[in-house]
Design a protein around this ligand. Structure first.
Ligand SMILES: [Fe+2]
Length: 347
């Protein structure tokens, strides 16, 4: 379907007194926001059609020509593009200029570093406990997103620009969630921005909990404190609502549902199966991986690689979760080459 980006607008006077044109003429209907073909190329604009065109224009219709026929239009109507207001190049916004620079930077980065393999870089990052390259790659890529598409993309760009610049706990979750989503074939910048904003904001509810509570591993909390801790999802959702931050519903769901699990054993709503968005499961699984690794769940630190092996082998250990749904689970356990590690162990 053709969109506004495919057309430029002209006025009736730009058709002059001619009645045959080598380009197609479209009319934009402002009520239905649709472009319809009005006159095919090299077909006569009869008196009846001309009157009908005037009728449509008087009622708010706009005459449009395809951008790909711009040259044909200018030559046949003998205009310079500076004489057609919709063809005048507008001054780019600062953010758009920045994006053009970021696109060039990404090109140079790719040229210098070659193809980025998330799986192998993730394995190196786990081995060296250094996620700088993963975070840097995610940052460079996210900064090429369009600045004019949606609020969530703009917020994802802002958060990336201001925060995704050093190797820390939260940035590991954000960058890994983003690149992990791409391995699950989620490539739409809107969905990826939901992931970025959701991952950054999923624990904003912590700010409403006593700090002492957050310093205790989840499995060591009393039943009462555990219930309070689990409220961070609802509190986060409430804060977002109160702030009136313009996020998509899917992004809000990530914040509310990142602890929901496919088997219905999660919280806060014990959602089950497909009622949980895959993006919530992605952020939930990656956050869980780093939470478990850092000892936030059971009080003992464990390398990310060992957690993935345990997940793959479904080795049950207190607090370790893997009910993220088949698609997320399968992508998660293939994040590193566990066969190679197990072969090494056996040797
Ligand atoms: Fe959480």
């Amino acid at each position: 379907m053709k969109t506004e980006y495919d057309f430029f607008m002209i006025e009736r006077v730009h058709l002059k007194d001619k009645n045959i044109f080598p380009f197609q003429i479209y009319v934009f209907n402002p009520i239905h926001k649709k472009y319809s073909m009005f006159l095919n190329g090299n077909r006569p604009l009869t008196k009846e059609l001309d009157s009908f065109l005037t009728f449509l224009v008087e009622r708010g219709g706009k005459i449009a020509v395809l951008k790909k026929q711009r040259r044909t239009f200018l030559t046949s109507q003998d205009f310079h593009e500076s004489e057609i207001p919709s063809l005048k190049s507008r001054e780019l916004h600062e953010l758009e200029k920045e994006r053009i620079m970021n696109l060039k930077f990404k090109e140079m980065y790719d040229e210098k570093n070659g193809v980025f393999s998330f799986q192998s870089e993730f394995e190196i990052a786990c081995d060296t406990d250094n996620f700088e390259k993963i975070i840097e790659f995610a940052r460079i890529e996210i900064l090429t997103f369009s600045v004019t598409q949606s609020h969530t993309i703009s917020l994802a760009l802002h958060l990336t620009k201001t925060h995704l610049n050093k190797d820390n706990y939260l940035n590991r979750i954000v960058a890994t969630s983003y690149l992990f989503a791409k391995t699950a074939n989620i490539l739409d910048p809107v969905a990826l921005s939901d992931i970025i904003c959701g991952a950054y904001l999923s624990h904003i509810g912590y700010t409403q909990l006593p700090l002492s509570l957050l310093r205790i591993p989840v499995l060591s909390l009393t039943e009462k404190d555990k219930k309070l801790f689990e409220k961070h999802t609802i509190l986060g959702n409430h804060l977002i609502k109160k702030s009136q931050l313009d996020l998509t519903d899917r992004c809000k769901k990530i914040i509310l549902d990142h602890h929901e699990r496919i088997n219905g054993g999660g919280y806060p709503s014990m959602k089950y199966g497909e009622s949980i968005e895959i993006l919530s499961l992605i952020v939930g699984s990656i956050a869980h991986l780093f939470e478990f690794s850092s000892g936030k769940i059971n009080g003992s630190k464990l390398p990310v690689k060992s957690i993935i092996i345990n997940m793959k082998n479904k080795t049950f250990s207190p607090g370790l979760e893997f009910d993220f749904g088949e698609k997320v689970y399968n992508s998660l356990v293939t994040l590193i080459n566990t066969d190679k590690i197990e072969e090494k162990k056996a040797a």
